[in-house]
Design a protein around this ligand. Structure first.
Ligand code: 13P
Ligand code: SF4
Length: 305
């Protein structure tokens, strides 16, 4: 079977089995093509709440599938590649945070959505990269403990000067691997290009950018801009998707290190196997985890409005 035939089989099977497929924008193009919804992690979990299908197949990483389950506990949520974790989400356990909470009892704990459901049970509010600044500004408390990404946290601190933001030493090793020296070299090679980066990059790289924003923010910025050339400082799939979306513009990758192996763990064969019942993993969360983790997601929705 070639790729197009496999895609046709998947489309037929998902209809027969009443499955809605969600693909994060970091997934390869052939996966996005068979998805019902694509987008960033927050958008996907909200999309899942709006569909009638009883089963959601999430092509992405585990924390995203968990967030879907938290928002749609009555649905069966399947993660396409059971080994697709997230280096950032796996950095911090519940006990680590409970110890920090004891150290900083007066701080509001703000967690990036790239955290496990177990960790979310002991956080006060979640944020996504697109909503972090607005939500932190809307929190009444001045003292914030921001976990786990110190780079996104530094971006928030810069944009919320009235808050005392305490950071910890965590983050995405893939985005954080890009150095300002590399960045300067790419900018020098393409002097006409605008640099768009994700706030998971280190502050010295973000400081060199023309725009710092979430996955969807970067896509929207490039689509709306009347400029013709861009350097994309996030996972390479975004540059690839943008090149298809805007064939009259040119997209350069900031670095070939920006490949997330977890996001790339899902293949079309995995999707096919999930649909025929021989692959993937159903996300099971106990009632207490759903109840407690859901609290900080509801708070995110409330403060984000
Ligand atoms: P989004 O929240 O933009 O989907 O990004 C998730 C992520 O893992 C970025 O590295
Ligand atoms: Fe996690 Fe980084 Fe991959 Fe995003 S790019 S899923 S933060 S490891």
């Amino acid at each position: 079977m070639n790729i197009a035939q496999l895609q046709q089989e998947i489309i037929k099977l998902k209809k027969e089995k009443d499955v809605c497929i969600l693909a994060h924008s970091y997934q390869a193009r052939e996966i996005c093509e068979i998805a019902d919804f694509t987008g960033d992690s927050y958008k996907l979990s909200v999309d899942a709440t709006k569909v009638e299908n009883k089963t959601i197949l999430l092509c992405g990483v585990r924390f995203m599938a968990e967030t879907c389950k938290l928002l749609s506990p009555e649905k069966t949520v399947i993660l396409s590649a059971p080994n697709a974790g997230c280096d950032m989400a796996d950095q911090m356990g519940r006990d680590d945070l409970l110890a920090l909470r004891q150290q900083y009892p007066d701080h509001t704990v703000v967690a990036y959505v790239n955290t496990t459901a177990a960790l979310k049970t002991v956080c006060d509010v979640c944020v996504t990269s697109s909503s972090a600044v607005q939500i932190v500004n809307n929190i009444q408390n001045k003292d914030i403990l921001f976990i786990p990404d110190c780079n996104l946290g530094a971006h928030v601190a810069e944009n919320c000067p009235d808050k005392n933001i305490r950071l910890i030493n965590g983050g995405c090793p893939i985005h954080a691997s890009v150095t300002p020296e590399e960045c300067a070299a790419v900018k020098a090679r393409y002097p006409e290009a605008l640099l768009l980066v994700h706030p998971e990059c280190v502050p010295a790289v973000s400081a060199m950018a023309d725009y710092v924003g979430s996955t969807s923010g970067i896509i929207q910025y490039a689509l709306r801009s009347d400029r013709k050339e861009f350097i994309i400082g996030t996972e390479i799939s975004i540059a690839e998707h943008l090149q298809y979306l805007c064939p009259d513009k040119t997209f350069h990758m900031l670095s070939l290190k920006l490949i997330c192996p977890h996001m790339k763990a899902t293949t079309l064969v995995d999707v096919y196997n999930c649909l025929n019942g021989t692959g993937g993993e159903e996300i099971i969360l106990d009632d207490a985890t759903i109840r407690d983790a859901r609290r900080c997601i509801d708070e995110m929705i409330r403060l984000g409005e």
